[in-house]
Design a binder for this molecule. Structure first.
Ligand code: PMP
Ligand code: GLN
Length: 380
């Protein structure tokens, strides 16, 4: 393994899912839903396959999906992207993230990530030969927000990009508009690019509204926004995502992406285009349903004596396990209780600060969550 990749082991998701399967545990570790997306979307994908849409798509992705993504951003955020030059379909948000970093960050540049951060950011930065600078989030009212002062202090002459992700995996926090505006101010002042990972854009709870970073003053020009069908339409296995950015930035992302996969799977793309155009009610209902699921799991964790933080979005909730170590706790939880979770430590550069935090996913059927609740009574 090359030195750039040597620090990386198997992803925590693969490790924990494997353990959960072996032990017959309920998997509240890796975040994937156990119910299918909208029926008509699934039918369209099958029809596309049987109807012969099985060869390479256009280089930037299926035109109907690019048009749907662009129209959706115009409608929801009043953000204008040209579907022919400013929208790129990718192999999940993951490829969009890696291609953005590879296309826009030079070796030796610094990229700021907000800790805890999704693991793929670290790998993308390493592959680009750049340096990761992790700025911990700050705890605010039982949740987390951007620590704007620390972020400001972390900027150097070498800083090229900030990666931000709200709603935030793994904490379930939704960053305040005030903090995001301040982050935007820093990006403008130091002429930085922002990669905004908005894969959980539809999964915000309790009547909050998602803030798209590109919409903040002066940000459209310098932001690459990334999202995907995975979380919005319950199709994590379709690996269909996208990047939106002004043309000069998107060209750079495309340059990298074209040699990573050339294009993604063709037949899923018209199906996702249909879903974006016609299944928004399904999405709202699913997102609303997640609030109930969150509450079931939260009550169970609280009853088990694990102090929970607020989950304002995503499908994750973080519990505090006191003075135990999160990684040890998670392995034990699988063996003794039969429930899998993810230690937040897996997403950080400062493990001491986060060692007592454990992430649980609640994107599971109610009956599964109730069974997990029963099992969690066995936590001591
Ligand atoms: N970003 C975040 C914050 C995620 O949680 C995930 C996980 N699904 C991804 C990106 C990757 O998305 P995709 O499965 O579409 O590649
Ligand atoms: N995004 C999902 C999570 O955070 C899983 C992604 C993965 O398995 N790489 O749990």
């Amino acid at each position: 393994v090359v030195s750039r990749l040597r620090p990386f082991g198997e992803t925590i998701f693969a490790t924990m899912t494997q353990r959960a399967v072996e032990a017959g545990a309920i998997n509240l570790g890796q975040g994937f839903p156990d119910e299918d997306g909208p029926r008509r979307m699934l039918e369209i994908a099958s029809e596309q396959i049987l109807g012969g849409n099985n060869q390479y798509s256009a280089g930037r992705g299926d035109a109907s999906l690019r048009a749907a993504v662009a129209r959706d951003h115009l409608e929801r955020f009043d953000l204008e992207y040209n579907p022919d030059s400013e929208v790129l379909i990718t192999v999940g948000a993951t490829e969009a993230i890696t291609a953005t970093v590879l296309g826009l960050v030079e070796p030796g540049d610094e990229v700021i990530v907000l800790e805890p951060y999704y693991d793929a950011y670290a790998a993308a930065i390493a592959l680009a030969g750049a340096t990761r600078v992790a700025v911990p989030l700050k705890e605010v009212e039982n949740s987390w927000d951007v620590d704007v002062d620390k972020l400001h202090a972390a900027v150097t002459k070498k800083t090229r990009m900030i990666i931000v992700n709200s709603p935030h995996n793994p904490t379930g926090s939704v960053f305040s508009k005030k903090a995001l505006k301040q982050l935007a101010g820093i990006a403008r002042a130091y002429d930085l690019l922002v990669l905004s990972d908005e894969v959980y854009e539809h999964l915000v709870f309790d009547d909050q509204k998602h803030v798209s970073v590109a919409k903040l003053p002066g940000m459209w020009d310098r932001t690459v926004t990334v999202s995907s069908a995975a979380k919005t339409f319950n199709v994590t296995g379709w690996k269909t995502g996208w990047a939106l950015a002004p043309e000069p930035l998107l060209e750079a992302v495309l340059k990298a992406k074209q040699f990573m996969s050339y294009v993604g799977a063709t037949p899923f793309q018209p199906a996702v285009a249909h879903a974006i155009e016609h299944e928004q009610k399904w999405v709202s209902k699913m997102s609303k349903g997640l609030e109930l699921k969150r509450d079931i799991l939260r009550t169970a964790l609280d009853k088990a004596g694990l102090k929970t933080h607020d989950s304002k979005g995503t499908y994750f909730i973080v519990a505090d396990i006191g003075d135990r170590d999160g990684a040890e706790f998670c392995f034990e939880l699988i063996e003794k209780v039969g429930v899998a979770a993810i230690p937040v430590q897996a997403f950080v550069d400062h493990p001491k600060k986060w060692s007592s935090k454990v992430r649980f996913a609640f994107c599971k059927k109610e009956e599964t969550l109730r069974e997990a609740a029963e099992r969690l009574k066995g936590v001591k």
